[in-house]
Each structure stands twice: as C-alpha cells, then as structure tokens.
Design a protein around this ligand. Structure first.
Ligand code: ZN
Length: 196
C-alpha cells in the first residue's frame, strides 16, 4: 500500500514518476520537487500539522529550518507547535550562520525541519550550528526522507514519506532500454502517466 501522503505529493506534481534526466547526468524513474506540495498554503498548513504531531511533546522551544527548501514547512511546524521559528543563511565563506537578529539561546530545545533529507549534509550543518550555540537538537523532521539509513548524526528522521529512488548511468538505464522518452525535470514536457 502506498503511504498516506503519497497521493497528495503526486496530485500536486511534487512527486513525478516517469523517466528523468537529473542534473548529475544520471537517469531516474522518479523526481521529487517538494516546493510543489507547498504551493497551496492550506496544504503547507496541513503538512506542518501532520509533522508537528510527531514532535516530542512539550520538548520543543524553537524550530529551525535550512534555506530555502525547509523554510515554508518549518514555519508551519512552528505554528502548529506554538513556538518561534528561525533560519540560518550561508555567509560569504559558505557556512551556515544566523543573520537578521536571529539567535539561539544556550540549552534551547530545537526541532530541525527539512523539506527533503537526502545525503544529510545540510542537515548535519544545521545540527552543528545548533550545538555550537549550546542548544540541543531534540528532533529531526522532513516531508521526504531519501536518506540511506534514516538518520543524521544519530537523530532519526521523522518523515511523512520515505522514498528510495534509484538512479542509473545512461548506458545502464532500464528505462532507456524500454525506449521510454526522457524528460528533464522543470521543463514543460511531462512524461505520460506522471500526473493524474
Ligand atoms: Zn534512461
């Protein structure tokens, strides 16, 4: 059975199925664009509430999300939990840092929210930043978990969807072997069967 949220992602065009050319040059049978499932504020609110229901009760004093992808859903999770929200930005050296007067107090209990966790690299940077301020990451949530081991730095990823999407070099792509037409995500060409 498909997970409960799968259909919404497909309906909103956030989860495309077909034959895709990735920016890496590899081919894939599916493509995730979380921004599409957040396009309607009412959807974003619903998704934020759904994630917040999995947050450790009364244990979160603040929500943090990395830019850009995490900001909308992080804000809605913070709204549902009734706590403040903040986001870091990359400084001139490329490191994540707080600007705009945002700050974390030592010992704050921080929930990290992402749109997608894939390699966990950005998430790891956020966790590092939180810890560097003397605050505690108490949870990690994402709309979509594409990670290998469903955790980052020993924090489990709580996600609405867990997806394992294979990618192939073009010369070993089973979709190419069937003659399926190839689509570049973001282009106007839609692979047949990818949208309801
Ligand atoms: Zn292919």
């Amino acid at each position: 059975m498909r997970p409960a949220w799968h259909d919404l992602f497909v309906r909103r065009g956030a989860l495309l199925e077909g034959h895709f050319l990735l920016s890496s040059g590899r081919h894939s049978p599916a493509y995730v664009q979380c921004a599409k499932v957040l396009e309607l504020p009412t959807d974003c609110e619903t998704l934020g509430r759904a994630l917040s229901s999995r947050a450790p009760r009364n244990a979160v004093s603040r929500v943090i999300a990395p830019p850009m992808g995490g900001i909308l859903i992080g804000y809605e999770v913070a709204r549902a939990l009734g706590v403040p929200f903040l986001f870091p930005e990359r400084d001139a050296s490329g490191a994540l840092a707080f600007r705009r007067g945002f700050a974390l107090e030592p010992e704050e209990r921080v929930l990290v929210v992402e749109d997608v966790v894939t390699t966990g690299l950005t998430t790891g940077e956020v966790l590092q930043l939180v810890r560097a301020k003397g605050a505690f990451p108490v949870g990690l949530m994402a709309l979509v978990d594409r990670s290998e081991d469903h955790s980052v730095d020993d924090l489990d990823v709580q996600a609405l969807l867990r997806l394992r999407i294979p990618t192939y070099p073009p010369d070993q792509c089973p979709l190419c072997a069937t003659g399926a037409s190839l689509t570049k995500p973001g282009s106007r060409t839609v692979v047949s069967g990818s949208r309801p």
